[in-house]
Design a protein around this ligand. Structure first.
Ligand SMILES: Nc1ncnc2c1ncn2[C@@H]1O[C@H](COP(=O)(O)OP(=O)(O)OP(=O)(O)O)[C@@H](O)[C@H]1O
Ligand SMILES: [Mg+2]
Length: 288
């Protein structure tokens, strides 16, 4: 009788729900901007590495972009299955099944795979499609301190899944004339997630990236507009243009392992510090 009950419970619970809990409580952060090439992947990899190396946090990078750039940035070969697309396509899929280690000891990743390309359209027909990644992350949240989701350069189903799975949104943004274009679209999706899907996603901050300090007039004009729109949500830290970041990506390693004293390493270290400080201030003083 007891055995029959156990086997019935096993059938009801998904493999995800049967895994043991890890004892941590990850903060999940989507790194997103629908504008292409603004440094979403560079920020995911180097912020993640900064949190792991300098703050001893356990970090998971989730690649929600079919381009698979998290994998290329960390020397992980393209995966034929065994990636996030497979998890989203499976009934009761779990991220825990597709986690692989990276060159950074405290940082793991889940690669994108070829089926992620189809997942975008397949999700459209599924009931509860916005909540699939959130559910697949349940157990992983207990094994990591930070989960960073590298989003694709659009606001489709995969991005909505990332937002619904996240506590916070970090928006990298360059200081080009088109920087503010598209921000409205992001804010609309945040609104939908907050009010229609009833999920309290918060904007953690806007990060200015690829800042070229020789371009003073453009920088000041766009920065002033961003400041007006986002005020204290703008990160103090700016990521300057630095070709070492590009070289590190080509070599498949975080900047700290390729050019430790470069401007890129300095900026991403400062960002990791500021992010921890900001999250601490958001969670308020510790009660005794
Ligand atoms: N601060 C920087 N200085 C110089 N090059 C940079 C910087 N940040 C990113 N890059 C380079 O710019 C390119 C685009 O960066 P990245 O892939 O991080 O952008 P993305 O927003 O993820 O792009 P996509 O929208 O295609 O996903 C890459 O070649 C990267 O190495
Ligand atoms: Mg990218």
């Amino acid at each position: 009788m007891r055995e029959r009950l156990a086997s019935r419970i096993k059938k009801i619970l998904s493999p995800e729900e049967m895994l043991p809990l890890g004892g941590r409580q990850a903060k999940v952060i989507s790194i997103s901007n629908q504008k292409g090439g603004v440094g979403k992947t560079t920020t995911s990899v180097n912020l993640g590495a900064g949190l792991a190396l300098f703050h001893h946090k356990k970090v998971l990078l989730v690649d929600m972009d079919a381009q698979g750039h998290i994998g290329t940035s960390l020397n992980h070969l393209a995966s034929n299955g065994g990636g996030i697309g497979q998890v989203l396509g499976a009934k009761n899929g779990s991220i825990m099944d597709v986690i692989v280690p990276t060159v950074v000891p405290q940082m793991d990743m889940t690669p994108s795979d070829h089926s992620l390309l189809e997942a975008e359209s397949q999700l459209a027909g599924k009931i509860g499609r916005e909540f699939i990644l959130r559910k697949a992350l349940t157990r992983a949240r207990t094994y990591y301190d930070y989960i960073l989701i590298d989003c694709p350069p659009n606001l489709g189903n995969l991005t909505v899944n990332a937002y619904v799975a996240s506590d916070y949104l970090l928006i990298p943004c360059d200081l080009s004339a088109l920087a503010l274009e598209g921000m409205e679209g992001i804010l609309e999706v945040v609104d939908t997630v907050n009010f229609r899907l009833n999920h309290p996603l918060k904007i953690l901050g806007v990060l200015t990236t690829r800042v070229d300090h020789r371009n003073l007039v453009m920088n000041e004009t766009v920065f002033a507009r961003l400041k007006e729109a986002f005020s204290d949500k703008l990160f103090r830290t700016q990521i300057t243009v630095n070709t070492d970041l590009n070289k590190a990506q080509l070599r498949g390693k975080p900047i700290f392992m390729v050019a430790r004293s470069s401007a890129g390493a300095r900026d991403y270290h400062a960002l990791a510090d500021e992010l921890i400080e900001r999250l601490d201030s958001l969670s308020g003083p510790t009660r005794l």
